[in-house]
Design a protein around this ligand. Structure first.
Ligand SMILES: [Zn+2]
Length: 333
């Protein structure tokens, strides 16, 4: 859709989009929803990360816990992560191919040189739903990924890593985005910022001229301050850690936000019933579901007590339709 600087319906303009980042403007939006989208993209999109590590051998100089923590923070490809179910919702004991991806790290130094063990040495041993899911993200020119541990002659490391689906609300290792730039008033026309300065704020704070121009130009000092002005243009800069592409983060973020809003509408209206086929489990923290570990009790959220009103939809929302569209309210928005 073309960018409409004079207002109108919500529209989106992409300034830059590649495999690492997506830089875009959303226009005719409100600040609350824009910020909600930012927060959801930071913390509530499911990804895959190593969650349990079985230490079979570790004679390196690093303690088991130290290495395990590093393993958890290694970005893994999360393409198709919605084909996995949350481990808490799975009937298996421990882990299985429906809820986890298993990787092994097995290295021993036999030479006199120091051996570095890298993220690329993590080998998938289970059968994930697609070839990408669980693969360590490697973006460096050498093709090694992050260094996990260094070994000297005779030292060895052998670990079995179980990667599970989760969200960053539970642990930062599940964060899909490294950073999200968010700006709504580049020229400070709304005076939401109070710049600290020594002599002159004008001189000491660099201006983003491109964004200011996209936001209607610099402030006119002769114009009286408009107390009723509200921000309408929002500049996002989404940077991925590599597990999901930036456009996937944005679309999943919108979907997650729609799901959360739909659950609020349903709660407020009091119209329960699981016949809608809605799956509201997507934005749920793995440890926040209380008694929901039974597998067949439907999705639970901390605020709602026991079984959810949405029933166990078995991933209907993952098939491409958003739950929001299926509510009775969908048409009116
Ligand atoms: Zn399982």
């Amino acid at each position: 859709m073309d960018y409409d600087p004079e207002g109108g319906a919500i529209n989106v303009r992409f300034l830059q989009a590649d495999k690492q980042r997506a830089n875009f403007i959303v226009q005719n939006f409100n600040l609350e929803t824009a910020n909600s989208l930012r927060r959801v993209m930071l913390a509530e999109i499911p990804t895959l990360a190593i969650d349990v590590v079985e230490v079979l051998d570790n004679t390196s100089v690093l303690a088991d816990e130290f290495v395990c923590h590093r393993l958890g923070l290694i970005p893994l490809s999360s393409v198709g992560v919605n084909d996995l179910i949350y481990s808490r919702d799975c009937d298996c004991e421990g882990h299985c191919d429906q809820c986890s991806v298993v990787l092994t790290l097995n290295a021993k130094c036999t030479g006199s040189e120091i051996m570095k063990v890298y993220a690329r040495d993590l080998v998938i041993e289970s059968n994930p739903p697609n070839d990408d899911l669980g693969r360590p993200v490697i973006t460096d020119a050498e093709g090694t990924g992050s260094c996990i541990v260094k070994l000297r002659r005779g030292q060895a490391i052998h670990m079995r890593c179980i990667a599970k689906k989760g969200i960053a609300k539970e642990h930062a290792k599940w964060a899909p985005s490294a950073a999200i730039g968010f700006e709504y008033d580049p020229a400070n026309k709304l005076h939401h910022l109070d710049y600290w300065f020594e002599e002159s704020a004008e001189k000491e704070w660099p201006k983003d001229e491109e964004r200011i121009n996209l936001d209607g130009g610099p402030a006119n000092p002769d114009e009286p301050f408009n107390y009723d002005a509200v921000p309408t243009r929002f500049f996002y800069d989404v940077e991925t850690v590599g597990g999901l592409e930036p456009d996937a983060i944005v679309t999943e973020g919108i979907k997650t936000l729609q799901t959360k809003l739909a659950s609020i509408i349903n709660e407020l209206s009091g119209s329960g019933g699981g016949a809608d086929g809605m799956d509201l489990g997507g934005a749920q923290s793995p440890t926040m579901n209380g008694a929901g570990y039974g597998g067949d009790a439907g999705y639970t959220t901390p605020g709602y007590g026991g079984a959810s009103q949405w029933g166990d939809a078995g991933g209907a929302a993952q098939g491409g339709t958003t739950p929001y569209g299926a509510t009775p309210y969908g048409q009116n928005w």
